[in-house]
Design a protein around this ligand. Structure first.
Ligand code: ADP
Ligand code: MG
Length: 290
C-alpha cells in the first residue's frame, strides 16, 4: 500500500515545449509551450479530472504522465519513482502500474488482432507470463468489463463502440494498474453508451482501488468519476477544486462555459453528483444494452 503521505502521482512544474516548423531559413524556429509549469498531486483512490478547451495541453499532460513523451522541464513521480529518469528496463516493469485508455475505440484497437492478442498486449510487453496464463488473465478481465470469454477469439469489427471501449479498458486493467489515464474515454460514444462505460469505470474504481486521471470536456462525465477537477488553459492550471465547487463558483470563463453546458445539474447543490449520475443512468435505461 502507498503510505498516506506519499501521493500516488506527483506532477511538479511540468513544461513541454514543441518546436514549430521553421518559417524562414534565416530565422530561429518558433516554439510553443504546450504545458507551462503544471503541478498536481493525486492520492491513491482519489481520481482527478483534467478539463480544458482544445489545444490547452491535456493530451500533452497525459502523454507525459504515461512516459510516452519527455518533458522539457519538471518531473512526474508515480509511487515515488521519477518516470522520466528510470532506466528502460525499470520503466517497462513500472508500466504495469499505469495504463491508458484512449478516446477513439475504433482507432486504438488494431483491427487485425484478436481480442485475446489486444487485451494481453501489456502482459506481452512485460514478457513475464506464459501464453496460457495470459489467456486466463484475459478471460478474467473480459468478464470484469462485462464481455464473454468466447469473445477472446473475435476481432474489433465484431463489436459495438461501447464494447470496443470495454476491450480497451480490459487491456488497461490486465496488469492490475494503480493509475489509469483516460483521454476522453467516452466522448466518441453515444450518450446512452457513455453512461454504461462510465458506470463500469466507477465499479472498477471501487472494486480495484483504481485512480483515474480523466481527461474530459464534459463536467457531467467528470462529476461521475472524479473528486477533483483541474482546469487547464493555454498550458497552465487556471482553476482547481471539487466538481461541486466548480459547479457553484467557477471563476474562469472556460469553466463557466462548461458548467453552463450541463443543464441537468443545478449549480451549487450537493446532490449535483448524484443527479448527474442518475440522469446518465436514466438515459442508459431508456436504450438497449450495448
Ligand atoms: P489538447 O489535448 O488539450 O487539445 P494538446 O496537448 O494536444 O491539447 O496540444 C497542446 C498544444 O501543443 C496545442 O497548441 C498543439 O497544437 C501543440 N502540440 C501538441 N502536440 C504537438 C507536436 N507534436 N508538435 C507541435 N505542437 C504540438
Ligand atoms: Mg487532446
Amino acid at each position: 500500500m502507498t503510505p498516506p503521505d506519499r501521493p500516488l502521482l506527483q506532477v511538479s512544474e511540468l513544461v513541454r515545449e514543441y518546436t514549430l516548423p521553421r518559417e524562414h531559413v534565416f530565422r530561429a524556429p518558433g516554439k510553443i509551450r504546450a504545458l507551462d509549469g503544471v503541478s498536481l498531486s493525486v492520492s491513491a483512490g482519489r481520481s482527478i479530472a483534467i478539463v480544458g478547451e482544445s489545444g490547452s495541453g491535456k493530451s500533452t499532460l497525459a502523454r507525459l504522465v504515461m512516459a510516452l513523451d519527455t518533458p522539457t522541464a519538471g518531473t512526474v513521480h508515480l509511487l515515488g519513482r521519477n518516470l522520466h529518469t528510470l532506466p528502460p528496463a525499470e520503466l517497462r516493469h513500472a508500466r504495469r502500474d499505469f495504463q491508458m485508455v484512449f478516446q477513439d475505440p475504433y482507432g486504438s484497437l488494431d483491427p487485425r488482432q484478436s481480442v485475446e492478442r489486444i487485451v494481453t498486449e501489456p502482459l506481452q510487453a512485460q514478457g513475464t507470463t506464459s501464453r496460457a496464463a495470459q489467456r486466463e488473465q484475459a478471460a478474467a478481465v473480459l468478464s470484469q468489463v462485462g464481455l464473454r470469454t468466447s469473445d477472446l477469439g473475435k476481432y474489433p469489427h465484431e463489436f459495438s463502440g461501447g464494447q470496443r471501449q470495454r476491450i480497451a479498458i480490459a487491456r488497461a486493467l490486465i496488469t492490475r494498474p494503480r493509475l489509469i489515464v483516460a483521454d476522453e474515454p467516452v466522448s466518441a460514444l453515444d450518450v446512452s453508451v457513455q453512461a454504461q462505460v462510465l458506470n463500469l469505470m466507477q465499479d472498477l474504481q471501487q472494486d480495484f482501488g483504481i485512480t483515474y486521471l480523466l481527461i474530459s470536456h464534459d463536467l457531467a462525465v467528470v462529476n461521475h468519476l472524479c473528486d477533483e477537477v483541474v482546469v487547464l488553459y493555454q498550458g497552465r492550471i487556471v482553476e482547481r477544486g471539487s466538481p461541486a465547487e466548480l459547479f457553484s463558483h467557477a471563476q474562469h470563463p472556460y469553466t463557466r462555459s462548461l458548467v453552463a453546458a450541463v443543464p441537468q445539474v443545478q449549480p451549487g447543490r450537493a446532490r449535483a453528483r448524484r443527479a448527474a449520475a442518475a440522469d446518465l443512468n436514466a438515459q442508459a435505461d431508456a436504450k438497449p444494452m450495448v
